[in-house]
Design a protein around this ligand. Structure first.
Ligand SMILES: Cc1ncc(COP(=O)(O)O)c(C=O)c1O
Length: 402
């Protein structure tokens, strides 16, 4: 029996790979602050639970492949808040943003085609591309530049006759970068000139700080046909386990072809759609979103205030999402993370970070970088940053960043 080369080529998750070391520390009685994973700890809106409790049908039937009407209507209403011009027929509900991503890639690219992605990027893009037999062409962005794009010419130099699309997370996981209107327009110009799609992964659109403005790739009329919007309620509604996402596009041919895959997988979970559909109309919707926003902003501020004062660390203030990538004064961040879990604690507490190398496609990049997520409270984050500072002081493999 064989296992496919396609699956064997997939990498393990950089977010999860060091969990065994964290579990070993916990076995020794150490409390580990998990800064590796983007699992929000904010309470899911009550409206979601209520709608499911009040569901009164006797049979949980397959839903329509496009999604249940209430769910699609709630998305149309939600997108209007952001001037995203998606109407009912432009939307298909998916099992998380993850399904929207993999099916979008399958819909627009043949094996051997290329997709351009700014790196560091959400590591699962790698897995989805590998499954589809598509090659990722990275556009390297740097911590020193706040992870913004290089010049248009540099990006265009990477385009070949196999380039099919960009995938861009805006705001970005893992960097927290929020792309400016000029950057969004530059990518859209390239798509228009080279007949390419942009798969716009905007699942963190609510979380943009310091008066920066989230600019959707759907903001421009003349390029709407080039844009595939990937969406998810996991992060904005603190609802990762519901597995509800969506794909949206004004490109009718794309939607028609995507629908064939949606039909083959039959439907998305009915009850979870019922629950999520109720959230947008809930009377406490604005209050919920504001509280979540304020909490993430406090956490972002807490982490950055500490990071910028730790000697040898290079960090820029992230402007969105709830992540941060920074450079540490070590040769190999993964070794440092393992060393910390095995050797270092303060009053019985230590930290688990994600090594950033797995978020890059270019070999060797990100070796001395880590990604933090802010999914624990501000007080614990403060203690975590103190542990990081002291662990770096104690680490025998410390080097200075050149
Ligand atoms: C940038 C980005 N896109 C997509 C996803 C997938 O989200 P889900 O499948 O939970 O909707 C995530 C999850 O962390 C993410 O960070």
């Amino acid at each position: 029996m064989i296992i496919s080369d396609r699956v064997k080529k997939m990498q393990s998750s950089p977010i999860r790979k060091l969990i065994p070391y964290s579990q070993a520390a916990e076995k020794r009685g150490i409390h580990v602050f998990k800064l590796n994973i983007g699992q929000p700890d904010i309470k899911t809106p009550e409206a979601f639970m209520d709608a499911i409790r009040n569901f009164d049908k006797d049979v949980i039937e397959y839903a329509h492949s496009q999604g249940i009407p209430e769910m699609i209507e709630s998305l149309v209403k939600y997108y209007k808040k952001f001037d995203i011009p998606l109407e009912y027929d432009d939307i298909i509900v998916t099992t998380g943003g993850s399904e929207a991503l993999i099916y979008s890639i399958l819909t627009i690219a043949n094996p051997g085609d290329e997709i351009l992605i700014p790196e560091p990027f959400y590591a699962n893009y790698n897995s989805f591309a590998t499954l589809a037999g598509v090659n990722i062409v990275p556009i390297t962005t740097k911590a020193e530049d706040g992870f913004h794009f290089p010049l248009k010419e540099e990006i265009e130099a990477k385009i070949t006759d196999k380039s099919r699309a960009f995938i861009i997370a805006n705001p970005s996981n893992p960097t927290g970068a929020v792309y400016t209107r000029d950057e969004v327009n530059m990518i859209l110009d390239i798509c228009k000139e080279h007949d390419m799609f942009v798969i716009a992964d905007e699942v963190y659109r609510e979380f943009v700080y310091d008066g920066e403005k989230y600019v959707s790739f759907m903001h421009r009329e003349d390029t709407l046909e080039n844009v595939i919007l990937v969406d998810s309620v996991s992060k904005r509604f603190s609802n990762c386990g519901a597995r509800i996402g969506a794909v949206g596009s004004k490109n009718k041919e794309f939607m028609k072809q995507f629908m064939k895959i949606a039909q083959a997988r039959l439907s998305v979970a009915t009850l979870e759609q019922v629950g999520v559909a109720a959230i947008v109309d809930a009377p406490d919707y604005d209050e919920f979103m504001k509280e979540a926003y304020d909490e993430y902003k406090l956490r972002r501020d807490t982490v950055y205030a500490a990071l910028k004062d730790i000697p040898g660390v290079v960090a820029k203030e992230p402007k969105g999402a709830f992540y941060n990538v920074c450079k540490l004064p070590v040769d190999d961040a993964e070794k440092f993370i393992i060393w910390t879990l095995e050797n270092f604690d303060i009053d019985g507490e230590t930290i688990l970070m994600a090594p950033a190398e797995g978020f890059y496609a270019t070999p060797g990049l990100g070796k001395n970088e880590v990604r933090f997520s802010y999914c624990i409270n501000a007080d614990e984050l403060k203690r975590s940053m103190h542990i990081l500072e002291k662990a770096l002081e104690a680490y025998p493999g410390r080097t200075e960043i050149k």
